[in-house]
Structure formats: C-alpha cells, structure tokens
Write a protein of this length. Structure first.
Ligand SMILES: Cc1cc2nc3c(=O)[nH]c(=O)nc-3n(C[C@H](O)[C@H](O)[C@H](O)COP(=O)(O)OP(=O)(O)OC[C@H]3O[C@@H](n4cnc5c(N)ncnc54)[C@H](O)[C@@H]3O)c2cc1C
Length: 409
C-alpha cells in the first residue's frame, strides 16, 4: 500500500482553524507523530518497515498457516542490528529506547510472532546477561547473540505458576561446583530453537537466574502444537531432570523476583509499541477495503456505521502511538516508572485487539481468511493480551500504584 494514497480528500477535512488552511494529515498519522521523531528514529522505523514489507509480509501468512517460524530471516534481522539494539557494547547497536520501540512497532505490523522473537532475544535473553551477568558471561554470549548466531529464550512460567511467578517450583540445588536443576518451564517462546535458555529457579538463596546451554544432559524441550495464536512463533516446554550446570552459569548480580520482573519490564516496553504496529496494519487494511468494497452501489466506507468503526480505530491508534512515544521518551531520559509500562502495555494491546476485531468485521467474510492479515493479527494479539502480564495483572499493578493498596491476593 502506498502511504500517499491514504491522504483524505474531503473539503471538510481542510477547514480553516487559525485563518490558514491546514492540510489534512495522513490517515495513518493523524497527529503528525512523524514530526515528533528525530531523523535517526525515522530512519530506523523506515528501514524496519521496508524489511517487513519486502521480506516478511510475502511469507508470513504461509508460516502462520504451517505453524512455523521463518528462521531464514534470522541473519537479516541480525544484519539490521535489531537483536539487543537498545543495549550498549558487546556488539549491540546501542540505540535509544524510542528507536527500539519503533522497530518493535514495525516488526509487529508484520506479525506479533516476529516481534516476540526479537523481544525475547533482546529483552528477555540478552538483557539479563547484559544487566546481571559476569564480564565473562557477557563476553561469551552477547556478541554472538547480537549476530543471531546464538538464539536465547527466557524460562519463567511453569505449568502451575503463571501470573504468580513467586510460586515457581523449579529448583536449583548446589552440588559442589555445579547446580542441579529440576522442574518444567511452560509456554517458552523460542524454547525449541534456542541455543541458550535463561532459566529462573528457586535456590537456598532465593530465586536466581541460570544460563543453560542446549545439549546439557538432563535438559530437553518439547514444542507446544495446535496453537491458534502466534502460530509463526515457536512456543515450548523446557524440562530439567537432574540437569547439572557449572556454578559459574548462574547470573551473579541479581537475586529474587526483581531479576525476571525487570526483564519483563523491558519486554513489555517493546510490546506497548509493537501492539500499535499490529493495530495500524489492521486499520490500514480496513480503511483501504472500506473505500473500494461496493455494496448497495456505494463504497461501504460511505456508510455511517463503517465510518464510526474506522474513526474509533484511527483515534485509538493515535492515542496508543502517543502513549508509546512518551513512554519511550521517559525511558530514554531515565524517568520511566513501571506503572507507566503497565498503562501502555494494557491500553495498547487491549485497543489493538479491539481494532483487529472491528477491522475484521469491516472486511466481512474476507476478514476471516489469510489473504488479509487481520485475523492473523487478531489471533496473535490474544497471546499478547495474556503474556508478559495479563491485562488483569496490569490492571492490578495500576490499581496498586494509584491507591497504594494491593489487590493481588
Ligand atoms: C504464546 C505465549 C508465549 C509465551 N512466552 C513466554 C516466555 O517466553 N517465557 C515465559 O516465562 N512465559 C511465557 N508465556 C507465559 C505467559 O507469560 C503466561 O501465560 C502469563 O503470565 C499468564 O499465566 P497463565 O497463562 O498461567 O495464566 P494464569 O496466571 O493462570 O491466569 C489465568 C487467568 O486468571 C487471571 N488472574 C490470575 N491472577 C489473578 C489475580 N490476582 N487477580 C485477577 N485475575 C487474576 C489472569 O489474568 C487470567 O485471566 C507465554 C505465553 C504465551 C501464550
């Protein structure tokens, strides 16, 4: 789709406001958010958008249908510098939080599975090593992870421990120069294709993070099949049965739930941006369709009910993008509070899901096929709504922050 085709042409849209004609902004940037971005930020956004348009969109529907992750894209994603792009040093791009957010936005306009892949690699696998690892761990893993030569995953959730990770049962028992891991991690993105798992386990010393290499005896994975969401993403179980790992594989500089929760904050930040990409993709398709689909001898976009749907989608998109951008500015200035991440993750995913469902209805029967991306996005967003803190859990985080009262248990 050409973006200049999205410019509105109604006279009503060019009313005078302050004695001069104000040009109708682009229908996919109604608040000129583009003008709030630096040249570097626009360059990152446009580069990732081009990659998604040229390399991802032509193949992602087939991967979604087949339930496979497009692994062939990994070297290209690495070449673009997207793995750990907001981290400094160790071969990482060291770009701003806003640049990272914009990249997530564009990746998720392609598919939430692709954004999840990049989020997990950068925010959930590389970030804990970068933040809490020994110098030796950083030197050993981060440059190869930035190059996409080593793929990581993040094992926190368990079959009986989801929203309440403090109830985890996986243990790591000290045995001389080793730790012995026992337990199961569930719903782990990239698990089946990861070379390195960052695993959180209970020790005598509280919850600690461990680096477990694929091929370590006692460590196996099995993929989750029959998913109806995030189908172009690998989701797996990690099994540990008397799995001995060297004691130096423990992340030395973090103890307690603060470790995994700080990683989740990083990833949720990217999700808040990513959801705007999925919403934009659905809105653009619905808008285009509404202008060209004829029923009752008129484009369906001329009907008030259809315009109401499009107007709500456009408004929620603008709001979500502004929320994400201010979130990013706060992060770049070191002023980000976790409750702001919860507000943005909750709002932007919730509204993206509503947008996807409304957009689907605009396309009628065509909306349910893979020929259009909308149902794929809608199904994907069901996972995004649940992972990295469910919508409910972020509601409780916000409620606790504004009342000072916990409603978690
Ligand atoms: C596709 C996919 C990929 C994932 N990738 C990863 C990954 O890479 N690594 C990882 O560790 N995990 C991953 N997860 C797991 C994800 O983070 C969990 O699913 C999520 O934390 C919710 O846990 P749960 O599914 O066990 O639901 P539960 O915690 O059992 O919640 C079930 C329902 O109860 C509600 N609920 C729970 N507690 C409360 C409460 N106190 N008050 C009100 N309502 C409550 C929830 O909001 C939800 O609606 C992934 C999940 C999916 C679907």
């Amino acid at each position: 789709m050409k973006f200049n085709k999205l410019r509105g042409n109604s006279d009503i849209m060019t009313e005078t406001t302050t004695h001069r004609q104000v040009q109708m902004p682009l229908a996919n940037d109604l608040y000129n958010i583009d003008s709030l971005l630096s040249e570097e930020e626009r360059m990152v956004r446009d580069t990732v958008r081009k990659f998604v348009n040229e390399r991802v969109l032509p193949i992602i529907g087939e991967h979604f249908e087949a339930g496979t992750f497009p692994r062939g894209l990994i070297p290209e994603i690495a070449e673009l510098g997207l793995f750990g792009m907001h981290l400094e040093g160790y071969g990482c791009a060291g770009l701003s939080a806003v640049c990272y957010g914009l990249a997530c936005q564009e990746l998720e306009a392609g598919d939430s599975g692709l954004r999840s892949f990049v989020s997990v690699q950068g925010s959930l696998a590389m970030f804990p090593i970068w933040s809490y690892g020994s110098e030796e761990q950083k030197q050993r893993w981060l440059p190869r992870m930035a190059q996409g030569e080593v793929i990581g995953c993040f094992g926190l959730t368990e079959p009986d421990s989801g929203s309440d990770p403090g109830s985890m049962r996986t243990t790591a028992r000290r045995d001389g120069d080793s730790f012995v891991l026992n337990g199961t991690k569930m719903w782990i993105t990239n698990g089946g294709i990861a070379d390195l798992a960052v695993v959180w386990a209970r020790t005598e010393d509280g919850i600690r993070g461990f680096l477990v290499e694929r091929g370590t005896p006692g460590f196996t994975t099995s993929d989750v099949h029959h998913k109806l969401s995030l189908r172009a993403s690998v989701t797996s179980e990690l099994h540990f049965e008397d799995c001995h790992i060297p004691a130096e594989n423990m992340l030395p500089n973090i103890r307690g739930l603060r470790g995994p929760l700080s990683c989740l904050d990083e990833a949720r930040y990217g999700i808040a941006w990513g959801a705007t990409g999925a919403a934009r993709a659905c809105y653009e398709v619905a808008l285009d369709y509404a202008k060209t689909r004829i029923q009752f001898n008129r484009p369906i976009g001329s009907f008030q009910l259809v315009q109401q749907k499009l107007a709500i989608m456009a408004t929620e998109l603008v709001k979500a993008q502004l929320l994400a951008l201010q979130l990013g500015r706060n992060k770049d200035e070191g002023k980000l509070h976790p409750v702001q991440i919860s507000i943005a993750k909750r709002n932007n995913v919730r509204e993206a899901l509503k947008t996807a469902r409304e957009a689907r209805s605009v396309l009628g029967a065509n909306g349910i096929t893979l020929e259009y991306p909308i149902s794929r996005h809608s199904n994907n967003l069901e996972s995004v709504y649940t992972y990295e803190g469910t919508d409910d859990i972020h509601t409780l985080v916000i409620g606790q922050a504004i009342t000072g009262l916990s409603a978690f248990s």
